[in-house]
Ligand binder design. Structure first.
Ligand SMILES: *[C@@H]1O[C@H](CO)[C@@H](O)[C@H](O)[C@H]1NC(C)=O
Length: 496
């Protein structure tokens, strides 16, 4: 019982933290929230420019500063943008400033991300294949982490065995992470990596058993399933695919990884803070069907990120907020994806509602947490109107059970005092759902992740309890020893 009371106490405290919003502490749920910060976004124009002081540490448990690289001559870890990263020559000291966030925010861990798309794969392949070069690299990493006081390394080798890599990368990657983890252990440094989610990547690129063993967390990049390159509209990050067993879906990826023995608590579910843009082939497209409606193979750009086919949520939500724009808003139920369109253009993306549904999906499977790629394209300034339907699907599920007396029984059995539950409130014998109330306007996506973790956890706890009570009652009935049945028979019998 003590454990149970302290659990309730924990929940109450958590909500206070949430309510306070920008506390110095993070949210007190036990999930990791990995916030990727891409340094190059500081160069984006106007309101799209993101600097380290725009980070909201209370919404993250881990920060990853991206990226540094691998020097192809020395095979040591090296900064790519000395002006942003260092202080020499009046540089902006990014390493020092991001690590300094830990002074006020004691819960934070800050890692350095190495690699990324522009780094390519070939030099990593060369380094990983040679024990001497691995040793040079690992010593340089240890030196780097100690010099700048980072808590760990996040590997973003894009990608072993691909893009100039070799088939042997699969086993050499294991040598590399084993040796890194052995070197890190005495110092308690964190070793994490971002992993590709495609069917063809999961097994041929990674030796999953060993990757699972040596990494502290695996950041699964559950996005980029579809984009303008397909030539048809599709969801960037569909929970379910477009047909049964569609390999281009989050469900397929996560089920595959779980069935190959990955430790759920080490799996971190990737959340895209961006969408994919498309040009229709013709004007006057009426019905949109994911996977069928044809498009050009290059998408359009956002005003800040200026990259074909890509738009940050902060850019997309400005389009929606603009009342004189011609966009109409829609929801694709099967993949759980919002999209907007006008006469010529189409964008699939993630909004608070789809993010809340992804949190539910990951929480039901006991995953370790969430990683946001990247927080620089959340609406970090709070410039946009709030999107209204964040918990629509939670509410619909709740409405299906809200009339059951079993729900009330479960709540009473879970809580000492009927009114203690923060989300399920019993009033006038009816149960109502109380939704989290945001206390500040910026970071709507990242805020939703933190809030939905509590709501999804509580929903699961209540449903499990309902199931437990139901099973218990059925067993009692079958045993025929239920006091209720006996009383009833006796009453009926004597009544006659
Ligand atoms: C809003 O949309 C209209 C119509 O597309 C456009 O002309 C205008 O520039 C937009 N305003 C902003 C602030 O983006």
């Amino acid at each position: 019982m003590a454990a149970f009371i302290s659990l309730i106490f924990l929940f109450v405290t958590l909500l206070h933290d949430l309510a306070d919003g920008r506390g110095l502490a993070g949210s007190s749920h036990d999930k990791v929230i990995v916030c990727y910060v891409s340094r190059w976004s500081v160069y984006r124009p106007g309101a799209g420019s993101f600097d380290i002081f725009d980070i909201e540490p209370s919404l993250c448990t881990h920060l990853i500063y991206c990226f540094v690289g691998l020097d192809e001559n020395t095979f040591k870890i090296t900064n790519i943008d000395a002006f942003q990263d260092l202080e020499i020559n009046d540089g902006k000291g990014g390493f020092k400033r991001i690590v300094a966030l830990k002074e006020k925010h004691k819960h934070l861990k800050v890692s350095i991300g190495i690699g990324g798309w522009n780094e390519g794969s070939a030099k990593y392949s060369k380094m990983a294949a040679d024990p001497k070069l691995r040793n040079i690299f690992i010593r340089s990493v240890m030196n780097f982490l100690e010099t700048y006081k980072f808590d760990g390394l996040d590997l973003n080798w894009d990608y072993p065995t691909q893009r100039g890599g070799k088939p042997e990368d699969r086993k050499n990657y294991v040598h590399l992470i084993r040796e890194l983890s052995e070197a890190f252990e005495p110092y308690g440094f964190l070793l994490t990596a971002a992993l590709r989610p495609g069917k063809d990547d999961m097994d041929t690129v990674y030796d999953l058993t060993h990757v699972n063993y040596y990494l502290d967390f695996m950041h699964i990049m559950t996005y980029d399933y579809h984009g303008a390159w397909d030539g048809v509209v599709g969801a960037n990050a569909p929970i379910r695919g477009q047909y049964k067993d569609d390999i281009y879906s989050i469900e397929y990826t996560i089920n595959y990884l779980l069935s190959h023995g990955l430790t759920p608590s080490k799996m971190v579910f990737g959340l895209p803070m961006y969408g994919r843009t498309y040009w229709f082939n013709t004007r006057n497209v009426n019905d949109i069907i994911f996977g069928e409606t044809t498009t050009k193979t290059t998408g359009f750009q956002g005003q800040f990120s200026k990259e074909d086919g890509f738009m940050g949520y902060n850019e997309i939500c400005l389009e929606i907020t603009n009342k004189s724009s011609l966009w109409t808003q829609h929801w694709e139920e099967h993949t759980s994806t919002p999209y907007i369109r006008d006469e010529e253009r189409f964008i699939t993306y993630d909004n608070p509602r789809s993010i809340a549904n992804k949190v539910k999906f990951a929480m039901d499977r006991g995953l370790g947490g969430f990683s946001a790629w990247s927080i620089v394209t959340d609406d970090f300034r709070g410039s946009c109107d709030e999107e209204p339907d964040t918990y629509k699907d939670y509410i619909e599920r709740f409405n299906k059970i809200s009339d059951q007396t079993l729900l009330k029984d479960a709540l009473i059995s879970l809580t000492e005092n009927e009114n203690e539950n923060q989300f399920y409130v019993i009033s006038d014998k009816k149960v109502r759902l109380r939704l989290p109330k945001p206390s500040f306007a910026n970071y709507p996506l990242l805020r939703t992740v933190n809030e939905a973790i509590f709501l999804a956890t509580e929903e699961k706890r209540v449903l499990d309890e309902m199931e437990k009570i139901k099973t218990h009652r059925r067993n009692e009935l079958e045993k025929g020893s239920s006091p209720c049945i006996r009383t009833c028979t006796e009453v009926c019998f004597y009544g006659l």
